[in-house]
Structures are given as structure tokens and as C-alpha cells.
Design a binder for this molecule. Structure first.
Ligand code: TA6
Length: 311
């Protein structure tokens, strides 16, 4: 059983419009509504791959009720959100059919009180110590009211429970949590540069490891993933760029890394899976989903280069 944490869960709306133009009214040609937030997307991809997964974080209000109900209907997903008095946020992705570009609008999320945060911590402690929890993913932004050191606390609790922990966040919450020594971090190039001050992936990943992360997997968009790990360094590239909606591509990469970790796959295989899932999500209509044919085709064609560290 894997555990994903989405402190700022969401109900994700995707609006498709023929062409996005400022100062005009747009007629939406397609609306997709899905349970979202990064950890929720990771969980939906893990479940589609056949893994049992528990989702936690906060859910509240009418949107939170919809989120719980929709997730409870998904096979292999167990819902264990802590309550929050405010309403779970919505996010809107506007997909421009003319250019293929997507514009993302994310609400801030409900304000979490100190008592709600304390109650969540009890839920999380129980879940990480539950027998059979094989890995934890901590994903996404923090809602207002949650302390900036939240992920550092959650990383330490997972490590104390001897459960491997993957972190996908940004800014100050990432900086603080890296010092708590997570097993894997998966920043994008911009987040990694903000953390380390370096833009070049080799120097940046090396610096992030020096700051405390055991393994650093940087997502580089069309260039795939660059990983620096205790076992070696590798780059995994898709054979060609895939056109479509990139929302959630990073979440699918996290699902690939987490499932590979839980299954004990060697790093090159984990990275190939993560890149194939990520590209197959671009080919799917919404985050948290992937096109299975694209995934299976790409899995054999992702190029992984690099080498194992000297023993
Ligand atoms: O990665 C895509 C996505 O997970 C959307 O589904 C949306 O819910 C959003 O990102 C949340 O990201 P944030 O960084 O605001 O927590």
C-alpha cells in the first residue's frame, strides 16, 4: 500500500477553447472535472497501474465532498482525508486547441487552523506506521495556515517510521524539507534552480544532494528526467515530444518513480517508466490519467543514458 499526501487537494476543471485570446469571451467546447491536486493525481496513476494506494491531506466543503465521493469510486484507492472547515479549492486548466498550450489557474485553497493541522498530523502518523505502507509521496503546494516547515515534519515522521519518502514541492517548503533528508525529490528545472542557484542540471542536482536529498530527479520537460542518485547518474529521454495537455505530466513521473521504488526496480527502469508515464499523460485529456497505448509503446523506446556509481 502506498500513501500520497495532498495538503492542498483540488477539484480540477479543464476547459478546452478553440483559441485563447485576451479581451474576448470564449465558448468552452469541452469541460472535464476530475479529483486533483498533485498527490491525488499520483494516486490515480498508481491505481491505474494496479497498486493499492491511500490518499490523505485535507478535504472540506462541497468540493471536498465531491472529491471524496469521486475518489471512493476509484478501484484500489482508499480515501483518508482529514477534515477542514473551509472548502477544497478548484483549479482551472484552459487548453487552447489552436496552439496546444495550457494556462493553469490555481485557487489558494482553504485556510487550515492549528487544530485541523494537529488532527491531520495524527492521521498521517497512523498511516505511515500502518503495517504494509511501502512508500509515501508528499506533493504540491501548502494551503494557507499550514506551517512552511510542514513537509520537513512529514519527511522526518516517514523516516522515523522507516518508510521511503518522495517529495514534490517548491520554494521554502522544499528548501526546509530537503534538509530533513527525503529519499527522493522531483523538482522541475525552475524549482531546482530556485533551490540551488544553479541552472545546469549536473551542478544543481549535486547541490540538492549536498543539501540533504538522497536522490534528485529533475524534470526537464521535453528532455525527460535527469537523476543523480546514490547508485549513479542517468538521463532518460522520450523518443520524440508528445503533443497534448502537459498538466499532471510531473505527477505521473512521480507515480512512475514511486511504483519503481516500491517494486525495487533499478534506477534506469524507474526512470524509463516515469518518462513513459509522463509522456502518456500529455497524450491523455486530463491530469491523473495516461494513454495506455502510448505508455506501453514508449516504455520500450525511452533512451536511458548514464552510469552506475563506482562501488
Ligand atoms: O500537476 C497538475 C496539478 O496537479 C493539477 O491537477 C492541480 O491540481 C495543481 O497541479 C495543483 O498544484 P499546486 O502546486 O497548486 O498544489
Amino acid at each position: 500500500m502506498m500513501l500520497t499526501v495532498t495538503l492542498n487537494a483540488a477539484l480540477d476543471l479543464t476547459y478546452r477553447v478553440p483559441a485563447l485570446t485576451p479581451h474576448t469571451t470564449h465558448r468552452v467546447t469541452e469541460v472535464i472535472e476530475r479529483p486533483g491536486g498533485k498527490g491525488v493525481n499520483v494516486a490515480r496513476v498508481l491505481a491505474a497501474l494496479g497498486h493499492e494506494v491511500t490518499v490523505t491531506g485535507f478535504a472540506g466543503g462541497g468540493t471536498g465532498r465531491v472529491l471524496r465521493e469521486r475518489l471512493a469510486d476509484e478501484p484500489r484507492v482508499t480515501v483518508a482525508f482529514a477534515p477542514v472547515a473551509g472548502a477544497t479549492r478548484r483549479t482551472v486548466a484552459v487548453a487552447d486547441a489552436a496552439t496546444g498550450d495550457t494556462t493553469q489557474l490555481n485557487e489558494p485553497g482553504p485556510t487550515v487552523t492549528p487544530a485541523e493541522w494537529a488532527a491531520f498530523l495524527d492521521t498521517y502518523e497512523a498511516l505511515v506506521h500502518r503495517p504494509g505502507t511501502t512508500a509515501v509521496a508528499l506533493c504540491g503546494s501548502l494551503p494557507p495556515g499550514v506551517p512552511v516547515g510542514a513537509y520537513a515534519l512529514l519527511v522526518r515522521a516517514a523516516r522515523a517510521a522507516h518508510v521511503p519518502v518522495l517529495l514534490d514541492t517548491s520554494g521554502e517548503p522544499l528548501r526546509r524539507a530537503v534538509a530533513a533528508r527525503p529519499d527522493i525529490i522531483k523538482p522541475n528545472a525552475e524549482e531546482l534552480a530556485e533551490l540551488t542557484g544553479f541552472h545546469e542540471p549536473v551542478r544543481a542536482t549535486r547541490d540538492a544532494r549536498r543539501r540533504g536529498a538522497h536522490a534528485v530527479v529533475a524534470s526537464l520537460g521535453a528532455d525527460g528526467l535527469f537523476a543523480l542518485t546514490p547508485d549513479g547518474g542517468w538521463q532518460a529521454r522520450p523518443p520524440a515530444p508528445v503533443r497534448g495537455n502537459p498538466t499532471g505530466a510531473g505527477d505521473s513521473a512521480v507515480a512512475g518513480l514511486l511504483s519503481g521504488l516500491a517494486e525495487g526496480l533499478p534506477w534506469p527502469d524507474r526512470l524509463a517508466r516515469a518518462v513513459a508515464l509522463s509522456a502518456a499523460t500529455v497524450a491523455a485529456p486530463a491530469a491523473g490519467e495516461f494513454d495506455r497505448t502510448t505508455y506501453e509503446d514508449l516504455l520500450t523506446r525511452v533512451a536511458v543514458t548514464g552510469r552506475r556509481a563506482a562501488a
